[in-house]
Design a protein around this ligand. Structure first.
Ligand code: GYE
Length: 335
């Protein structure tokens, strides 16, 4: 086919036109509309950060270890920490978050005492542009109300407690359970994980289950009640934390039976006092739960402030400790 000169020229012109219009789309936006790379915000460092931490309180040695970890990490990194002690009350934690918002801190960390009731205050933080990081415990809120979280897999801890107890008891037990703070993530999840494994052991029966609020005093009180009700029928105790187990050990001794022998005990946290109880033969196993979350928390906080990607949750690595090597391990424990 013969192509005329005119046709060639017009084809060329159309192609050129297309190119120019294309290149117009590719042209960078006017300088006034973009932030040139040179004026990009400089990355913040730990020393620039002001962080609020709305702690639950001081119910257990685990919690004391967590407070120490957050304070020490802040000090070491040069983060300015605003610390509030909620004294076990959600309303105090909420008030602390509101005061951090008023102070315009960069990030707020919170271990929610219970799972529910956080939506309003988390929305307030979001509206003020202050990211919330969950530490240790989960809150039951939509995903967009917190940026990330760090802590343990509590369901797995409950499963591990059941696994080690089933072994200790050869699959036959009348168990009483000291549950943690009602509606708290660790209590809900440990309760669930424990039962998940027990389903496979028809001889392992939970004969009573009540909250001891994660404290030694309550653990002792509720255990005494269990003993009054069920007497020597009780052959095993699962306590959602070591502190309640330590309180319960006192009640068991006062009742006149032997903790660790007549009643086998498994608890969670692996605080130093649990190792001492294992060495004394009064506790049979402790499932680890790591409170030393300060360094990870501030690392996440810095990433969030600098707009770097973070996972939705960072899980701690944990194990189970038995009396056999408690003596060797105790000196290495930091909480
Ligand atoms: O197991 C208990 C503490 O939230 C994981 O809280 C934490 C729990 C811990 O009081 O000892």
């Amino acid at each position: 086919m013969k192509v005329s000169k005119l046709a060639l020229w017009s084809a060329l012109l159309i192609a050129l036109g297309a190119l120019t219009s294309c290149s117009q789309f590719a042209l960078p936006a006017p300088a006034s509309q973009i932030t040139p790379a040179t004026s990009a915000k400089p990355k913040k460092t730990f020393k620039d950060l002001v962080v609020g931490y709305a702690q639950i309180g001081a119910e257990s040695d685990w919690r004391t270890g967590n407070t120490a970890s957050v304070k020490q990490a802040a000090e070491k990194l040069g983060v300015e920490l605003k610390f509030a002690d909620g004294q076990q009350k959600q309303e105090n934690q909420i008030a602390a978050i509101r005061s951090f918002i008023a102070m315009k801190v960069d990030v707020i960390g919170v271990p929610p005492v219970v799972e529910t009731g956080w939506e309003i205050v988390f929305k307030e933080a979001k509206a003020a542009g202050i990211p919330i990081i969950l530490v240790d415990r989960r809150a039951n809120v939509p995903d967009d109300l917190y940026v990330t979280g760090v802590g343990s897999d509590f369901v797995e801890e409950g499963r591990n407690a059941a696994r080690v107890m089933a072994k200790l008891m050869n699959g036959q037990a009348n168990i009483v359970e000291l549950v943690g703070t009602i509606d708290s993530a660790p209590a809900n999840d440990r309760y669930k994980g424990f039962r998940e494994i027990l389903k496979d052991y028809p001889g392992m029966r939970i004969i009573d289950s009540q909250s001891g609020d994660f404290t030694r005093a309550k653990g002792k009180e509720v255990m005494a009640e269990f003993l009054r009700k069920h007497g020597k029928n009780i052959t095993a105790l699962f306590a959602h934390n070591d502190d309640m187990a330590i309180g319960a050990i006192k009640a068991i001794e006062e009742y006149g039976v032997k903790p660790g022998e007549d009643i086998k005990i498994v608890s969670i946290d692996s605080i130093r006092a649990a190792f001492e109880a294992m060495i004394a033969g009064k506790l049979n196993a402790t499932v680890e739960c790591n409170p030393l979350l300060g360094p990870d928390f501030f690392e996440l906080a810095l990433k969030v402030v600098n707009g770097e990607p973070v996972p939705k949750w960072v899980y701690s690595k944990e194990s189970v400790f038995l009396p056999e090597n408690a003596k060797d391990i105790l000196p290495t424990r930091r909480y």
